[in-house]
Design a protein around this ligand. Structure first.
Ligand code: LLP
Length: 420
């Protein structure tokens, strides 16, 4: 979290004091560092020596328009999974010819809109989808560029919920059926076979599952080429893990791309990578204020003003995120262990267990680290809590990039029928 340094005892974001910023914005809020976002993009760009790489930012990780614009400005394409994400990408001037559309359930509206915008690639996940795409493309008088997403039956990542490449998962078409499906695709009107796609999961910190999945598609590509199929594009998906514990145990990005070029580099004109987490995770903190301290015979609790509805990863995936005080009282040597919990009425509403804190007080501010990916996008208004604001910082300037959605606004969305 290089862009969130301590200046003496106070945490900053770039050149702005986070405690001062909290007074202006009000807690809880997400705070992003623009330099961090740009730096993670350059890390990928530089570690991939191959010139035929297209980075398609996976918008699901963080769909704030300012975040999308940041990557659009850097020349990124986009990986989208819904009409909403597609519209967000286009709004920030990501050209259709840099957009790939993934997902098992693309509906008619979504496909039509993608066809109208001449996207680069439909990553097709079933035979049914392929046939539907073919008929819609014919109606439009268009030809849909297609890659078949392969399910290699490989387990990957640190969590069952985000592993996508096993045979029992809903994603992709079994590697065993791949050739047959390509044969069918080639016989369908309105379909142009462009490539092959794979995505085996998220938060993957070992090379081995990637290596096996690249071997799997490389075999398929060779067989397809021997049958005169044109495979111009290999989409290798996302999944690059990050080091939430900051202990240096994450995937080395250079080694990942060495593997990509060694196993796939010569097999296609373009390689697409769809990182979400890698580009955004370390770019943000969630600032929250301690409301109460509660000590019982068995546990100590720090109750903060953010909750699982604002940031669900610890509750939902058991994910670990570091939490640090915004002001570090170095002189207080002694400390105790506390569970950091939110106000939502669920036992699962916690951010971390057994956090060592030195003499925490009501009103102190804490930062939950590395929340830039799958943070704000997964938030809800559970317990009728407001949507919290998001702030973007660049050097010594800041701006609110999503305003707080107040409770009154949320209540107003509900409709009471006349007859009630
Ligand atoms: N491409 C496809 C087709 C995907 O399904 C995903 C993520 C990505 C790319 C981006 O993967 P990344 O580079 O971010 O690992 N909410 C979960 C993560 C779900 C990931 C879903 N798919 C979490 O908070 O860990």
């Amino acid at each position: 979290m290089k862009h969130f340094p301590y200046k003496k005892t106070r945490m900053a974001v770039e050149n702005i004091d986070l405690t001062d910023l909290s007074k202006s914005v009000g807690t809880p809020f997400y705070c992003y560092s623009l330099n961090s976002l740009e730096e993670s993009f350059h890390k990928i760009d530089e570690s991939c020596k191959s010139t035929n790489l297209l980075i398609c930012y996976s918008i699901k990780a963080n769909s704030n328009q300012s975040i999308i614009k940041t990557f659009s400005n850097l020349g990124c394409g986009a990986d989208v999974v819904s009409l909403g994400e597609l519209k967000r990408a286009i709004k920030e001037n990501i050209p259709g010819n840099k957009i790939v559309f993934s997902g098992v359930g693309k509906n008619t509206n979504e496909i039509n809109y993608a066809l109208e915008n001449d996207i680069l690639l439909f990553n097709v996940e079933s035979l049914d989808e392929l046939q539907h795409l073919s008929s819609l493309a014919k109606n439009h008088g268009k030809v849909a560029p297609v890659a078949i997403r392969i399910n290699p039956d490989i387990s990957a990542g640190e969590n069952e919920k985000i592993s996508t490449g096993k045979s029992q998962d809903k994603f992709g078409i079994s590697w065993k059926d791949a050739i047959e499906v390509y044969n069918i695709a080639s016989s369908l009107e309105g379909i142009e076979i462009k490539g092959i796609d794979i995505h085996i999961g998220s938060q993957i910190n070992e090379l081995e599952p990637f290596s096996r999945s690249f071997d799997c598609i490389s075999e398929i590509i060779k067989e397809l080429k021997s049958k005169d199929f044109d495979i111009d594009i290999i989409d290798i998906g996302g999944g690059i893990g990050v080091d939430y514990k900051e202990k240096g145990k994450n995937l080395e990005i250079e080694k990942y791309f060495d593997l990509v070029s060694k196993k796939l580099g010569d097999l296609a004109k373009t390689i697409i990578v769809e990182p979400g987490r890698f580009l955004t995770a370390h770019s943000a903190v969630l600032v929250t204020e301690i409301i109460y301290i509660k000590k019982s015979s068995s546990r100590n609790f720090v109750i903060v003003d953010a909750a699982m509805n604002d940031f669900i990863r610890p509750s939902f995936y058991g994910a670990y995120h570091r939490i640090v005080p915004l002001v570090d009282n170095e002189q207080d040597e002694e400390g105790e262990e506390y569970d950091v919990v939110g106000p939502v009425c669920e036992t699962g509403d916690f951010f971390v267990k057994d956090l060592h804190l030195k003499n925490p007080q009501k009103g102190d501010l804490l930062a939950i680290l590395s929340v830039g990916a799958y943070g704000s996008v997964l938030s809800s208004n559970y317990n009728s809590r407001p949507t919290i604001p998001e702030v973007l910082v660049k050097d010594n300037q800041w701006e609110i990039i999503r305003k707080r959605i107040e409770v009154d606004e949320i209540i107003k969305r509900d409709i009471i029928p006349d007859w009630l």
